[in-house]
Design a protein around this ligand. Sequence first.
Ligand code: MN
Ligand code: ZN
Length: 343
Amino acid sequence: MGKIKAVQIFKPEDLRIIDMDMPVIDEKNNVLVKITASGICGSDVGIYHGQNAAATYPRVIGHEIVGEVVEAGPTAKKVKVGDRVIIDQVTACGHCWACRHGRPNVCQHLQVRGVHIDGGYREYMAVPDKDCYILPDFLRYEDAVLIEPTTIAVQACSRAQLNEEDELLIMGCGALGSRMLSIAKLHGCKIIVADVVDEKLAEAKQNGADYTVNLLKEDLAEKCKEYTTDEYGPTVSIDCACTKDSLGTCIKVTGNAGRVITMGFSVAPTEVTNFGITSKELDIRGSRLQNRKFQEVIDLVNAGKVDLDHKISHTYHFTDAQAAFDFNDTRDPSIRKIVLTMD
Ligand code: MN
Ligand code: ZN
């Protein structure tokens, strides 16, 4: 049996390039995909640094996974050899309460590729055909990895029940925040973007943010009042910063009867008061992964409503993953999205 190379986080802070067995297709995992690119996400960085409470080790990480179908078993109907695809990272049991109620992304027995089971930083994967989604023809593999973070944004906007009447605060404008902005724009609501990097705020403005706030230079609560109707504050806040204080900050600035969406995975205690939530009767809702949003995003890209070109800032060969993760840790302001390639 042949061997393939993979990036494994053996334990926190211990990244290894390993040899693993070439995957073989079977009845369940009925297609073989030659992986061509896989994005580095904040959660991958969290697993590397031991800050992701869900992850188990050792683990081949990577959940933003694109490639080409190179073998398809007789039961594969959805895709065929030669198709360029992105792979859904969510695998669910199908029979727990969450699954029965249409919420497989929070399945009781959830197994996420790259978190609980091995993911996409490797040369080949065998997966079920139903987990593969065909990429837009015109999209390069490197850019196509962004379909995944865009599904995460679609999920959060859906959890927020975002609509055109809303006045939205997007907290943090990194890779996730900028995807959130592009999806939120489609809902036609007013959008305030807050971050600590002026260059990212300038880009957010170019990409349709109505207002921007630099958290290091301006008072967010004051600016949120100034920029919203009747000084009401945002009706929805989506926390794409996921820092220690960002949830508390979102709760503080959101207007009465508003919705606050959390997306972070930190287990560090954060300061939140009963009064802050009850007095405004806020809805605090978690948004985890995505609930079968891949086709929706691919349709948006194909329709020209979402543009995924020119968003990748750096690419590394996957065997240079250590260098890529080290560079990401420098927090260089030029970093938008780093992608690992396999060719
Ligand atoms: Mn991701
Ligand atoms: Zn389940």
